[in-house]
Design a protein around this ligand. Sequence first.
Ligand code: GDP
Ligand code: MG
Length: 306
Amino acid sequence: MMPDNSEQTPVTRCGLIAIVGRPNVGKSTLLNFLIGQKISITSRKPQTTRHRLLGIKTVDQVQMIFVDTPGLHSGQAKAINRYMNKTVQSVIQDVDLVLFLVDRMKWTDEDDLVLKQLEYCKAPVFLVLNKVDLIEDKEVLLPYIQEIQSRYPFAEIFPLSALRQHNVDALQAAIIKHLPYGDFYYPEDQLTDRNARFLAAEFIREKITRQIGDELPYEATVEIEEFKTEGNVVHISALILVEKSGQKKIIIGDRGSKLKLIGSEARKDIEELLGSKVMLNLWVKVKSGWSDDERALKSLGYDDFS
Ligand code: GDP
Ligand code: MG
């Protein structure tokens, strides 16, 4: 008898895609564009993304689940860096595809570190040469691509601009082709596995990073103390934790001007996310030495540390 496979033929595709790369190459920018909505925070400052974040996009018969990872970091000294490296290693183990982002043709030692981690990766790897909008003479790209192919058996190489949205459609088409057939993991309208509380804290952290710049090397963290809806308004109270009293002064600014700016910028983003009016209260508190203390990390919700 002929086997009847017709019932088993799956119609949908679903899979996990990791976005890896050193800090600042544009991972969060690409994720936000692929998803079509802001969920991941971006900044000119490296290491803005501290947590693993799922961005989910469902189009027709395909569900793409993107994993935005913190940038790999060569420094192992601090607990938070160990946490970040660990997340990347665990992420690339169980995905169907890896997007390895680099900044144009500026290959650095840190890129080599990422590539080294990919040796243990079973999934196909796409090399994404991001920020090509900044390259004036595009003709230099082709020989570079040929040269770079010798470093790793990349499944595909995409020069693109996440910011200007050049060639991202081609990338998405190729991603879809590499995803396995199977049922969706998430409802079709779900955008992320993170709740609004988490995203609100991330948005506040992004504004701090943007406003303060280099005076505050990734030491601020944000805890949401209250998140409740009253009528049409969502009331949010958030605590900004810093390491030193000097940093507290910087964040508050002259007569509270900096904190006010951070608050109003964050409020706009959160209102857009929630589609409702938001009342946002921010407080700043000194919590000394938290980034070097694994217990403190856990108590602040970095709980997939182990
Ligand atoms: P991540 O640390 O890898 O997540 O990088 P981000 O997404 O936070 O981006 C870092 C910086 O690079 C931000 O200032 C982005 O606006 C910028 N950026 C990202 N993609 C592009 C691009 O395609 N072209 C240009 N010119 N800038 C970009
Ligand atoms: Mg990022």
